[in-house]
Write a protein that binds this ligand. Sequence first.
Ligand code: SF4
Length: 395
Amino acid sequence: MASFDVRFLGCKVSHLDAQDVRARLLADGHTERAHGEVTVVNTCCVTHEALSKSRQAAARAARTHRRVYVTGCAANLGGGALDGLPDNVVVVSRRSEETPAAVAADVGALGCVNDDARLERVRAFVKIQDGCSFSCNFCVIPLVRGGTRSRTADAVLREIRRRVDQGHSEIVLTGINLGCFRDREAGYTLARLVRAAGETPGLARLLLSSIEINHVDRELVAALRETPNVARHLHVPLQSGDDGVLRAMGRRYTVATYLRRLEELTDFNLTADVIVGFPTEHERAFANTLRVVREARLTKLHVFPYSPRPGTKTAAEDPVSAHEKRDRSARLREQSRVACLDHWRSKLGRDDVVLVDRPGRGYGDDYSPWLVGGEVGQLVHARAAAVTDDGIVAA
Ligand code: SF4
C-alpha cells in the first residue's frame, strides 16, 4: 500500500481531473496522507506563468516524495516543457479519461477497497464533457486536451444522483466547453441535461462552471429559468470587449452578440474571463473592454495577462509590454471589485437563500458570497445587513 497526496494547478477541470486520480487511488486501497510517499501534481499550461508554477511544483515535490506523477495539461504540452525534471518525476502524457488508470497501474493496485470516495463536503463537480474544438488563436487547450467529447447523459445523471445521495447539496456541471455537450443517441443537449439534473431528489443547487456566449441561446436560458434549483449565475468568458481583438483571437462572436445574448439575464449574477495585453490590444481596445464589462453588468472577473503559448497561432506575437499588462490587469480587477460591491449592496435589506459551504460562509441564489451562520450543507434564509470586501453580511 502506498500513501499519497494530490494537488492541482489551474481551473475547475484540472481540479476535477486531480480528484479523479485521487478517487482511483483511494479505490485501489492506497491511503491519502499529507506528504505521502507518492504525489500527483495535476498541472496547467494555460499561461506561461501557469506552466512555470507547474514545473516548480513538480520539482519541489520531487525533493520531498519518493515518486511524483505529473499529469494534466502541461504533461500533454510537449515541446520540452517539462524536460530536465529530476529522475523520480514521471510525466503522464495521457488524455484525462486515461490518466487515473495510468497512474494507478504504476502505483500498483491493492484491489477495490473503497470505490466511491466522497471528495468535498457540500459541492461536487461533475464532468459532462472534455476537450474543445473551437481553436481560438491563443489557446493551447485543444492541443493538450483534444477535441470535444461528451459523457452519456445517463452516466452524468447517475453520477449526480450518487453525489447527492452521498450528501452533496450542490452540483457544478463542469467541462472545457460545456455548450458542446451532446448525447445524440439519447437526444440530450445541455439544456435538456440541466432540466433532468435539476429533478434529482435532494439537490439544493445546480450550476454550470462556464458557458461560451455562442451557447447562451433561448433553449438554454429557458432551461436555466424553469429549473428552480439552478443558481441565478452564469460565467460567460468575454476575453475582450473589442471586435478587432475578438476577431484576431478567433473568437466566434462580436461585442453586440455578447451583449444581446445577456440581455435576457438581467437578474443573473454574470461573471467572466478577460485576457489583457493580447497582441492587437491597444489602449483604445482596452477601453472598449472596460466599457463592455460595465454594459454587460459583469461582476467578478478572472483577469489573465496574455502570454503566448507554444503551438498556437499567436505563439510568436507578444508586443504589449509586461508593464502595460500589469497596469491593465490592475484597472480591470479594480473595476471588478467595485462592480461586486455594487452588486452586493443592491441586496441590502433583501432576503436570500444561502447554501452554507463552510463554517461562517456560503453562497446566495445568484452565487454571491455571504458571511452567514448555520450548519455546513444547509440552506438558510438570510437578510442582507451589510457588505464587506468578502461578501454580504447576514443580519
Ligand atoms: S473556447 Fe477557445 S478559449 Fe475556450 S478552451 Fe476552446 S479554444 Fe480555448
